[in-house]
Design a protein around this ligand. Structure first.
Ligand SMILES: [Zn+2]
Length: 256
């Protein structure tokens, strides 16, 4: 497998809004609207040198406590990424990619939480409304990974860490992906500087060709610049970045 990922530049009319029903004739190159119309269709095939059947989409922690302004650990910018996350899910389904969602899934008391000595407000307690997937997220992933249920710091979709002992363990995700022959991953969701970062770096370390969609992530930014620093760390770990010019909406079905 080549280590070289080429982001093929889309041909013609770059950046123009695409709408299958009323395709604009104006090719002025206006920036693509971030609030994508439902009829838009992302072309994921150009991102990887492997067939889309060997790809998986990982949607990290798009849960009410992070994505709803009333959530206990609301991530500013989360509502704005939801349309792009859903476009990714739609495209992944059309391309027969495995669709994986993750959920932070904590007990009511864990050293992860500030009242128990950790750094975070209580969030995503198992089976509460805050832990539920955001209602605007497309329902029905192929695989659902819940992390942190035994009190671990569940930042990564691949690995868990006991916050007291420091002992690490694995989630089932890596084995699931290997069993299905997955070679490449697209990662999106919340939050850039924590669970997305940990998941993408773990994925690259496990040998997956890993692409982060910068249009479909948002950061907590406890410290200003945390999100940008996390992106730099992911890039240094081998994660490739895709932005709107490289993960280009296309208006028609690809020839198969
Ligand atoms: Zn958590």
């Amino acid at each position: 497998m080549t280590d070289e990922l080429t982001f093929s530049a889309p041909t013609g009319n770059p950046g123009a809004p695409t709408d299958t029903a009323t395709a604009p004739t104006d090719t002025s190159g206006a920036p693509t609207d971030t609030a994508a119309a439902p009829s838009e269709r992302l072309n994921l095939s150009g991102l990887f040198p492997v067939p889309t059947s060997q790809l998986a989409l990982i949607v990290v922690d798009v849960q009410n406590d992070f994505a709803d302004p009333a959530g206990s650990l609301f991530v500013s910018g989360a509502p704005e990424i939801l349309p792009q996350v859903n476009l990714l899910v739609d495209a992944a389904r059309l391309d027969n990619m495995l669709v994986v969602y993750t959920q932070d899934w904590h007990p009511a008391h864990t050293p992860h939480f500030a009242p128990d000595g950790g750094i975070w407000p209580v969030h995503c307690v198992a089976y509460t409304a805050g832990a539920a997937l955001h209602p605007d997220l497309r329902p029905g992933p192929d695989i659902l990974i819940r992390k942190g249920s035994r009190g671990e710091d569940g930042y990564s979709a691949f690995s868990l860490r006991d916050p007291v002992s420091g002992v690490t363990s694995s989630t089932p995700l890596d084995q699931i992906l290997r069993d299905r022959g997955v070679a490449g991953l697209i990662v999106c969701g919340l939050a850039t500087d924590y669970c997305v970062r940990a998941t993408a770096i773990d994925a690259a370390a496990r040998g997956y060709l890993t692409v982060l969609d910068l249009m479909a992530v948002a950061a907590v930014n406890l410290q200003p610049g945390d999100g940008d620093r996390a992106i730099a760390e992911m890039a240094a770990a081998g994660v490739r970045m895709a932005d709107q010019h490289k993960l280009q909406p296309v208006s028609a079905e690809r020839p198969s």
